[in-house]
Design a protein around this ligand. Structure first.
Ligand code: SF4
Length: 378
């Protein structure tokens, strides 16, 4: 096979050494690309300072050869490209902070992973316990990503019956580390309290654009995500995940493969006829309820094709955790203990009360700050 490959690619090798590199060739040996590790069908492709890992097949899988090859290429100063990696390779690439881009050519689209910032930062706001980034996609669509942390004890919101801080110690990313990603730029739902309404256009984000947000945060931080006692990814920034379901599911699967102990929270208004069977194990559902009065909820969340309060109460998932009912209460009338009791069995749901995150849209709709005063982002 090596001979055939050498023959096929021989014409491409020029005097600068550009072209296909096979195991045990002079250039191959310099990079540790040798036949005791890689099959003879494997080859890299060099174009000046860029090395493409065109096809590799290790003879002893699971020994870290791919990771070592990436290290050797980096040490030798190459830009590295990996087209259509296997799932296992993708996990290693994410850990090494590579990012995917989709390359469109005459032969169709191909996912290429490389080390390059793919999202442009337009603004950031730093808090005592985190950062909010305003980023832009390659085609200039704005998105928002959050990177926050809290002390580990705040995790026990059910046992403590609240998740307030006990003192001024804010903890660190080694305790509870939460990364909140957007699944859309803008949002067609148009909630009365949400800043997404400021954006005139919206579009779904591709799965690689969701992953890039996560990688962007990791690139900015020295800490190791999976070393945090609790590390979770919240699909809670811009967009309704169930209106971009396939991309959200692919992103969740890729992240779970890379970080087996990660927990995902998917926040939805409850789109009619949604399938919740995939919400299981380390994936938990959050429902944006916001009011226990149907007409008020319809006003606050003006999306026609959504589930009623009664239908929301019938949702059952196989998550390790109860479904969260998010209640951003605008005023007292939005709360009704009888409707809550009637519809939501505490065995399957728990209620989280949150203040309104004041913004231009909520102000224009005269929502004020809501009736909940406590905040945990400082
Ligand atoms: S569904 Fe979420 S992102 Fe969309 S408008 Fe409502 S709160 Fe904002």
């Amino acid at each position: 096979m090596r001979k055939i490959n050498e023959f096929l690619y021989a014409e491409d090798i020029d005097e600068k050494g550009n072209g296909a590199i096979f195991p045990d060739t002079e250039q191959g040996k310099e990079l540790g690309f040798t036949s005791d590790k890689y099959s003879s069908a494997s080859y890299l492709y060099r174009k000046d300072n860029t090395m493409t890992i065109s096809f590799i097949e290790t003879v002893t899988p699971g020994k870290g050869h791919f990771s070592q090859l990436l290290n050797n290429l980096k040490k030798s100063g190459y830009n590295i490209q990996v087209p259509t990696p296997s799932n296992l390779m993708r996990e290693i690439l994410i850990k090494k902070h590579f990012k995917p881009i989709v390359d469109e050519s005459d032969f169709g689209s191909c996912e290429i992973w490389m080390k390059k910032k793919m999202l442009k930062e337009t603004k950031r706001k730093e808090f005592a316990n985190g950062v909010v980034y305003a980023l832009q996609t390659e085609d200039n669509y704005p998105i928002e990503v959050t990177d926050t942390f809290l002390p580990y004890y705040t995790k026990d919101a059910i046992g403590r019956k609240q998740n307030c801080l006990m003192n001024n110690d804010l903890g660190s990313r080694k305790e509870r580390w939460m990364i909140g990603v957007s699944c859309m730029s803008g949002c067609p739902v148009g909630c009365k309290f949400c800043a997404a309404g400021k954006l005139k256009k919206w579009r779904n984000l591709a799965h690689h654009e969701i992953l890039k947000q996560f990688i962007y945060v990791l690139d900015e931080q020295k800490e190791n995500f999976e070393s945090a006692q609790e590390h979770k990814i919240n699909f809670t920034r811009l967009g309704e995940p169930f209106l971009n379901l396939e991309n959200v599911k692919v992103a969740i699967e890729a992240l779970s493969n890379c970080f087996p102990k990660v927990h995902h929270y998917v926040s939805t208004i409850g789109i009619k006829d949604s399938d919740f069977s995939w919400i299981k194990d380390n994936i938990t559902l959050q429902i944006s309820l916001h009011s226990l009065k149907e007409d008020r909820r319809n006003w606050l969340i003006p999306y026609k094709n959504k589930m009623t309060i009664k239908e929301l109460g019938q949702i059952r998932t196989k998550s390790n955790l109860k479904t969260t009912l998010n209640l951003t209460l605008v005023n007292q009338e939005d709360f009704d203990i009888n409707v809550l009791r009637e519809n939501f069995d505490p065995e399957y749901f728990f209620v989280k009360l949150s203040p309104i995150n004041k913004n231009e849209i909520s102000e224009n709709n005269n929502l004020g700050e809501g009736i909940i005063k406590g905040i945990n982002i400082i």
